[in-house]
Design a protein around this ligand. Structure first.
Ligand code: AHR
Length: 505
């Protein structure tokens, strides 16, 4: 059997883990909102029409900030359509997803839902069809206590206290030709800078996110970040990254998606720091990895895309990917990569949350269930807290077609000082071989330890949870053997594992 070695050392710190790294994303897309979180006729619906079974699952998932309302949707969105009396809100065409937006759910209703799930609102403004003026109007409506026409309108609309939104995205994926109002880096950089500057004239304490590349495969990747930040460096706090991965048949490369994400992050950090140094700035711009997931995008492009001048469905079934065990292992490895960059990735959003490329699925009038990807997210969010640790992985490598030789095992550690606990999250990328994982814990001192491990793996790596079989896949306990200063665990092929160490101090 192959062996991989890790070392858990409290002084091998990467940086503090910002709880916002466990964020998610709800877009007005498909059945994310309507027939997802909101279904007034459902047996579990509360007085506001929100499904309480979904609320419970979102709480269990452990998501911090939730990005809203898009995504591509936001680039055609008129925020004022979605506030005020519901009966007079207009139905609008959503060109991004070729659907009808009824505006039954808007800022007020979504904020009510966020209070129920205990998450923070992260709001995106439309810099596609709109600009600085409308962004400022939304900001004033949302965040001013009282005393202006817009703040008083919010109060009249039923909300006395401001929404006090701290984090704002300046548009969405403005580098993508598919984006409504798509711009060059130069044009977008200037727009983001002047919009952000104006927003900070209202409140210098806001945290602003400039759009980075919509993927590292974009032809403008790198140069886009450099140009945008050259315009907006002094104004923004974050540059965004977006990355989706899918198994296109080359499983070895798919399993190594975290390696690609790792390079993406390193490149964006290097570019942001280059602009910082050129400008002689004292500020550091961090990364908001505000869209990441597995997404079978080719299926959407070839099968699901909606067309037709007279065909604008409400809440169609779109992007409803069913995730396998393999998908969940790759997904878990993406979380490992994000945590390994906790010093610079200080916000991230799993895209998305319910029904749309989601860890939580629902059936109208029926049950809600956890997809395979639910488990690594919930377990990591619950336990990788405090400080991220470099565990100095020593492992064999394997060859891939596009990423070269990549580590067979990847891992990251964490240390929650207040609780006296450590975690290790690791993946075995081998499709056919077990790996013995040996974790050196000598640096944790002579304290007594309680150790538990849980694994996501299956003899059938294409197993999934579905409406017909919602509990097919879950986490199961894995044996841990103590061998001197080492904890020894046997990882099955294609496996994600969580090891928790309690030192009792
Ligand atoms: O999450 C689905 C879509 O992916 C988002 O709307 C867009 O920002 C990205 O391309």
């Amino acid at each position: 059997m192959r062996t991989a070695h890790l070392t858990l050392r409290p002084d091998a710190t990467i940086g503090p883990i910002n709880p916002r790294i466990y964020g998610s994303f709800v877009e007005h897309l498909g059945r994310a909102v309507y027939d997802g979180i909101y279904e007034p006729g459902h047996p579990t619906a509360d007085c506001d029409g929100f499904r309480t079974d979904v609320i419970e699952l979102v709480k269990e998932l452990g998501v911090s900030a939730i990005r809203y309302p898009g995504g591509n949707f936001v680039s055609g969105f008129r925020w004022e359509d979605s506030v005020g009396p519901r009966e007079s809100r207009p139905r609008r065409l959503d060109l991004a997803w070729h659907s009808t937006e009824t505006n039954e759910i808007g800022l007020h209703e979504f904020s009510t839902w966020l209070e129920k799930v205990g998450s923070e609102l992260m709001l995106a403004v439309n810099l596609g069809t709109r600009g600085t003026a409308e962004a400022l109007e939304l900001l004033e409506y949302a965040n001013l206590r009282a005393g202006s026409a817009l703040a008083d309108q919010r109060i009249a609309d039923g909300r006395t206290t401001p929404f006090d939104v701290r984090m704002w995205c300046l548009g969405n994926e403005m580098d993508g030709p598919w984006q409504i109002g798509h711009r060059s880096a130069d044009d977008y950089g200037k727009l983001a800078a002047r919009t952000g500057r104006a927003m900070k004239q209202f409140d210098p304490g806001l945290e602003l996110v400039a759009c980075g590349s919509s993927s590292s495969a974009m032809p403008t990747f790198g140069e886009w970040e450099r140009v945008v930040l050259t315009h907006a460096y002094d104004v923004v706090d974050y540059i965004s990254c977006h990355a989706y991965y899918e198994d296109t048949g080359d499983r070895a490369t798919f399993l190594a998606s975290g390696v690609d994400m790792d390079r993406f992050i390193r490149t964006v950090v290097a570019t942001a720091d280059h602009v910082k140094d050129v400008r002689g700035s004292q500020r550091t711009v961090n990364i908001s990895f505000d869209e990441w997931n597995i997404w079978y995008n080719t299926r959407f492009e070839n099968v699901d895309r909606i067309e037709g001048v007279d065909n604008w469905p409400r809440a169609p079934r779109l992007l409803e990917d069913v995730y396998t065990v393999t998908d969940a292992v790759v997904f878990g490895s993406l979380l490992i990569t994000l945590l390994r960059h906790a010093d610079r990735v200080t916000s991230a959003s799993l895209a998305q949350l319910v029904n749309v490329i989601a860890p939580i699925m629902t059936e109208p009038g029926g049950p809600a269930w956890r997809q395979t990807t639910f488990f690594p997210f919930a377990a990591t969010s619950a336990h990788a807290r405090g400080t991220a640790l470099d565990v100095a992985v020593r492992t064999d490598t394997y060859p891939t077609a596009t990423l070269g030789d990549v580590p067979l095992v990847d891992a990251v550690g964490s240390h929650d000082e207040a609780a006296g606990t450590y975690s290790v999250h690791a993946v075995n990328r081998s499709t056919d071989e077990q790996v013995q994982l040996r974790i050196d814990v000598s640096a944790l001192g002579p304290h007594p330890m309680t150790v538990q491990a849980r694994v996501l793996a299956d003899p059938d790596p294409s197993a999934a949870n579905t409406l017909a079989d919602p509990d097919r896949v879950g986490l199961r306990a894995l044996a841990v053997v103590r061998d001197g200063d080492e904890l020894v665990i046997t990882l099955p092929p294609i496996a994600w594992v969580q090891v928790l160490v309690e030192t009792g101090r």
